[in-house]
Design a binder for this molecule. Structure first.
Ligand SMILES: Nc1nc2c(ncn2[C@@H]2O[C@H](COP(=O)(O)OP(=O)(O)O)[C@@H](O)[C@H]2O)c(=O)[nH]1
Ligand SMILES: [Mg+2]
Length: 288
């Protein structure tokens, strides 16, 4: 197995708490709304990635015949979901639409983003193409703005090798702050290490510290700071406040509406790092 990721990431057990029990109720309701039944599964894993990175190949390799397809609720976008067992735990794997970004400019992007944002998967596997790493990291960084539970699957590593490209997965894991596992899904290579990394992040044994782009342009710094403070006051434990502030500044009506409607209630208590001191109060936020 690939142990490189743990060199840059701390391994800590997630503290169980009453708050976590409450989140499970919230979470089951939200996932149901997103069309996912949660009763038979210990963990939910989302598969994100650009089109043609081998997402479906990874999905098929992990789930085999234990899969079915349908549509996302209220959308004509196809969804595949399936299950597998690993280390005595049952994982539900949800294949998200292939997208180049999560800015919600298409139905596919909206579906993928909403699932990561509101479904709060235990792990999001970001499948990237090892031969086009730079282009693929755009989506990876966007996912890491929304969730801190992710594993990067550096797929098509055989193609990269064929072209003389070597990917330094250890450095990539350090730079991104999440495990990076080289795979060749078509040939089954690297999948055991991928499963191990997913299992470590899902169980909370491995806590990721994802890379977030450091500074925003001076022109918007004050506005971001102010919005962050307001969102944080309403939802003290959301892991992606800065991203939300930036989306609001970008005129993202979908996010503004979700904040107005209080759809982030219950999400903020799930931050494993801070679950212990989360409060039960229902936050209210007025978005101008
Ligand atoms: N050489 C190679 N081809 C792969 C690998 N993974 C997937 N493919 C191929 O890449 C193409 C796209 O794969 P698919 O799983 O449909 O990509 P998706 O669009 O991300 O779901 C297919 O022809 C796969 O057989 C891999 O690791 N190595
Ligand atoms: Mg596919």
């Amino acid at each position: 197995m690939n142990t490189s990721a743990s060199t840059s990431l701390s391994t800590t057990a997630a503290p169980p708490s009453k708050v976590c029990a409450d989140c499970q109720v919230y979470r089951a309701a939200r996932l149901k709304k997103l069309g996912v039944a949660v009763d038979k599964w210990d963990y939910i894993v989302a598969l994100a990635g650009n089109p043609n990175t081998g997402k479906s190949t990874v999905f098929n390799a992990l789930t085999g015949l234990r899969q079915h397809t349908g549509n996302w609720p209220g959308k004509t976008v196809t969804r595949a979901e399936g299950g597998f067992e690993y280390a005595g735990r049952r994982f539900k794997l949800v294949d998200l639409p292939g997208t180049y970004s999560l800015l919600s400019t298409s139905v596919d992007e909206q579906v993928a983003r909403d699932f990561i944002l509101f479904g709060r998967p235990d792990v999001t596997v970001i499948v990237v193409d090892a031969t086009r790493l730079e282009r693929n990291l755009n989506l990876a960084l966007q996912v890491l703005e929304i969730t801190d539970r992710a594993v990067v699957c550096v797929n098509l590593i055989d193609e990269a090798r064929r072209h003389g490209v070597q990917v330094d997965d250890r450095q990539l894991a350090r730079d991104l702050g999440v495990p990076a596992v080289p795979t060749s899904a078509r040939h089954g290579e690297g999948l055991p290490a991928l499963l191990e990394a997913v299992s470590e992040v899902a169980s909370g044994r491995l806590i990721c510290r994802p890379h977030r782009l450091a500074a925003e342009p001076p022109a918007i710094r004050d506005a971001v700071r102010e919005l962050r403070a307001r969102i944080q006051a309403a939802y003290p434990h959301l892991p992606n406040v800065r991203w939300l502030a930036l989306r609001l500044l970008g005129g993202d009506e979908h996010i503004a509406e979700a904040l107005r409607r209080g759809e982030f209630a219950g999400l903020e208590t799930e931050s494993r790092l801070e679950a212990a001191d989360a409060s039960d109060a229902q936050p209210q936020l007025t978005v101008p």
